[in-house]
Design a protein around this ligand. Structure first.
Ligand code: AMP
Length: 182
């Protein structure tokens, strides 16, 4: 695994070194990229926050969107660093007031994500944050929720992209910044 081009090499190397893989989770044959070892390390968390927050290339942003669940942890740190607020995109049934909901296909079955009502300003420019971009279904659904509410996607920032799963293609050209690529 190598730091993606354009990121600070030292921070990227630290994050890559701290990231842990767990084979056969959550089911046989899946290699799970576990961020807990990065988040638990003070320098690792700081480096990840710097890299995610610095991935905007000067694009203006008004709000951070954290995608459940590891996107909440990362997104809150990034929002704090950028002086912004954070809005969670949650799995169905967790939010008491819902502005929009979107279902998407998983490898087996489907899932639904929801955006809370009354917290995302129309025309807000959003930075979406998550840990891993795999097939891109989750990220695409989150982007569509933001757009359905009248806001726009300034960028999607993830710690790790798994390019062989084609997630980037499912974003239809929305800006993607991956700190690391497998
Ligand atoms: P996808 O919708 O396929 O892009 O899946 C992305 C979501 O599933 C992210 O929120 C990740 O947290 C999680 N995910 C998918 N594959 C992995 C993996 N191999 N390791 C860790 N997390 C994963």
């Amino acid at each position: 695994m190598t730091p993606a081009p354009g990121n600070d090499a030292d921070d990227g190397r630290l994050v890559a070194d701290l990231l842990r893989t767990v084979p056969d989770f959550p089911k046989p044959g899946i290699l799970f990229w576990d961020l807990t070892t990065v988040l638990a390390d003070a320098a690792g968390l700081a480096a990840t926050t710097r890299l995610l927050g610095g991935s905007l290339d000067g694009s203006p942003v008004d709000v951070v969107i954290g995608i459940e669940a590891r996107g909440f942890l990362l997104g809150a740190a990034v929002a704090q660093a950028l002086g912004l607020g954070i809005v969670p995109v949650r799995k169905q049934g967790k939010l008491p007031a819902v502005a929009a909901s979107r279902s998407y296909d998983l490898e087996y079955g489907s899932a639904t994500l929801e955006l809370p009502a009354g917290v995302l300003a129309p025309r807000a420019r959003a930075l979406l944050v998550d840990d891993v971009l795999a097939t891109g279904g989750t990220a695409r659904a989150a982007c569509e929720l933001v757009e359905e509410c009248g806001a726009s996607v300034a960028a999607l920032a993830v710690v790790l992209e798994l390019p062989e799963l084609g997630g980037r293609d499912r974003l239809d050209g929305r800006p993607l910044h991956a700190l690391l690529q497998r």
